[in-house]
Design a protein around this ligand. Structure first.
Ligand code: FES
Length: 289
């Protein structure tokens, strides 16, 4: 009988009867895994890992989103700036009844413009010139000078105000931001840093720049007239260049406004930092490229 045996019949226990739990007495712990209010160790660790991932994602995404949002907000600080009378910029307009190859067709003017913010200080080139400079005749090798002059004269005589436009070009190189300079000899802009080259409209003709020079909104207004903000937003305050170029009205003024970027097809895009293309495959990786 077990009662007669030392240790209550338990061969593994010494020094008295075994009083601990027995397998027959074991009651399993209740399973709370389906109870959302009960925090198991596994659930606790999962929550910690989830929160940590969220913090890491926020650390990466917040600066990127801020970068994307801040630029448009900053653009709104730009305002129209009066840079002078129209006659200072709309120089050498058509017609050209007796032009020679040395006749000035339009004009490029340089001036410094301070914007409302410290990073808006810029020098711009105001270009009153041909919409398509490639139409200008060039002498062919061996061509008789008199023949070329006659060809040039016929071409210039056919020009009208509709062949011209007015641009404001920012002198910030689109490669890494060095100041470019206009070269009258080559009728283009050159960058001293890495040899970037642009034509008179700021389109890239050589070197590393990934896009043309940025431009600045420009318009001619008659300051003696007033317009509502809606009319101004619709451009109804703008004096047509064909009128402004031949007018002696002292109230005609040239204003420059918000900068923007363009691609080689002269499509407009929101202002981008130097070094970034604004169209094409690489532009989709901006600002990671
Ligand atoms: S900064 Fe102008 S070419 Fe590099």
């Amino acid at each position: 009988m077990a009662e007669d045996e030392p240790n209550g019949g338990d061969p593994g226990t010494q020094g008295g009867p075994y009083t601990g739990p027995r397998a027959a007495d074991y009651t399993p712990e209740p399973d709370h895994s389906d109870d959302p209010r009960y925090v198991t160790r596994t659930r606790f660790l999962s929550n910690v890992a989830f929160a940590g991932t969220g913090v890491l994602a926020a650390a990466i995404l917040v600066p990127v989103i801020g970068f994307a949002v801040a630029t448009p907000l900053q653009d709104e600080k730009y305002r129209w700036i009066d840079i002078g009378p129209a006659s200072d910029f709309l120089k050498n307009p058509p017609p050209y009844p007796n032009a020679t190859p040395s006749t000035r067709v339009g004009e490029v003017t340089s001036l410094a413009v301070s914007g409302p913010t410290s990073d808006a200080d810029r020098r711009i080139y105001v270009v009153y010139g041909l919409k398509d400079p490639s139409t200008r005749p060039q002498p062919t090798p061996g061509e008789d000078a008199a023949v070329f002059e006659s060809k040039f004269q016929r071409w210039a005589a056919g020009l009208t105000a509709a062949d011209f436009d007015l641009l404001a070009i920012w002198n910030r190189c689109a490669h890494l931001g060095c100041p470019v300079a206009y070269s009258p000899g080559s009728a283009g802009y050159v960058c001293p840093c890495h040899g970037g080259a642009y034509d008179s409209r700021g389109l890239v003709t050589g070197g590393p720049p990934p896009r043309p020079l940025d431009r600045v909104d420009i318009k001619v207004i008659d300051k003696s007239k007033s317009y509502t903000p809606e009319q101004i937003a619709q451009g109804k305050d703008r004096v047509p260049l064909a009128v402004a170029a031949t007018s002696s009205n002292p109230n005609l003024r040239v204003l420059v406004g918000k900068p923007y970027s363009i691609d080689q097809e002269q499509q407009s895009f929101p202002l981008a930092d130097p070094g970034y293309p604004v169209s094409g495959t690489l532009s989709h990786l901006y600002p990671f490229t």
